[in-house]
Design a protein around this ligand. Sequence first.
Ligand SMILES: Cc1cc2nc3c(=O)[nH]c(=O)nc-3n(C[C@H](O)[C@H](O)[C@H](O)COP(=O)(O)OP(=O)(O)OC[C@H]3O[C@@H](n4cnc5c(N)ncnc54)[C@H](O)[C@@H]3O)c2cc1C
Length: 391
Amino acid sequence: MDLSLSDDELAFRKAVRTLICDAFPAGERYDGGDAHERRWHAALLERGWAANKWPVAFGGPGWTATQSFIWERETAAAGLPAQVGGMGMGMLAPILFAYGTPEQQARFLPDILQNRVRWCQGYSEPGAGSDLASLRTQAVLHNDHYLVDGEKLWTSGAHEADWMFCLTRTSDEPKRQAGITFLLLDMRDPGVTVRPIISIDGRHAFNGVTFDRVRVPTENRVGREGEGWTVAKGLLTHERTGQAFVSLSRDLLRRLREVARTLPGSEGGSLMEDVGFARRMSWAEVELQALEITELRTLSEVAAGGAPGAQSSLLKLKGTDIVQRMTEFFVECAGPYAAPWFPQNTVPNTTVGPQWAQAETVRYLEGRAASIAGGSDEVQRNIIAKHVLGL
Ligand SMILES: Cc1cc2nc3c(=O)[nH]c(=O)nc-3n(C[C@H](O)[C@H](O)[C@H](O)COP(=O)(O)OP(=O)(O)OC[C@H]3O[C@@H](n4cnc5c(N)ncnc54)[C@H](O)[C@@H]3O)c2cc1C
């Protein structure tokens, strides 16, 4: 793949940098808070780049693979998310393009684009994670609506979500996958109860959700009844492609270097000048570059009309490994200052040692979940063994 940039591509890169500088002038860093998210999203909308991975027919900018690559690189270097809009933008929208009716597309896509509505993903259940086809949440058809009863688990963002896209069982076929139906469910329905689950990093990110006779109109079914497994499989590959975490790893690498320059090394200079440390950092960077190129190759296949397929498992597996290694480097750098961290101690300026040590220890703990969320490492290895290596 030729990665030298043409004049047009250089002009595009300049336009990207201008947009970033206009949105966050004077080197102001994106802090991930609501105000910064709104500002960045507004800038993207105005430029027509908010849905930068969507097809042109649905309002995407129609970038080439190289333009997407430039975009990912430049936003990562500036510490900005490549897109805003969470699971609606990145996961549900591609499903609606492929399986949604024109009415569903017209109803849901504009709110996703404007980031007016938050979505969560209701797949996993107690007893149905890796073996998702054993899910038991039941949807029973009554004329023009389904009544949904059951329980979902580990639902990220359910406490803030307006809607859930979820998998339900509509029949007990011998082949379990054939009895699954994909529904869009309004979280404000009185039959929905969300209870928080606090994770090892002390945050409230995911939840258990129960359904008690939740009413879902049939017009909110995506695909045909019993076709939910096919719909979900398409969505999972999109989810995993988005989990190469290249931008995050690039940002971690940049900050890691900044931190290592401020710490004393064992050879008289800074930690960054220690040969052993520098070698490990360089090795991680080389692997990150290889991952980035693999992601770019996948993106270019998707841009040409292909589906990400089993390659996305490879991206997820390797991306998780690299991001976890970066966070481990940070904990190593923090040394004893990583130890006093505990969940209730999240008020700024209350810890011993540098502030970054606390934030990065939280990130390290949070990063453990990456090898489970979106399909565990073992499951990704099984997929690669079967579909990529043909074992
Ligand atoms: C941070 C986070 C966010 C999440 N967010 C969501 C969400 O928003 N929506 C949602 O629906 N789900 C979500 N999940 C759930 C996630 O999809 C499941 O945790 C995951 O699919 C694994 O299922 P499980 O937890 O039931 O583990 P299990 O499937 O019970 O697995 C337990 C262990 O057995 C191994 N294992 C299982 N099957 C095999 C096999 N065939 N071969 C080899 N090893 C195997 C697994 O690798 C794992 O180590 C989230 C999880 C996390 C950690």
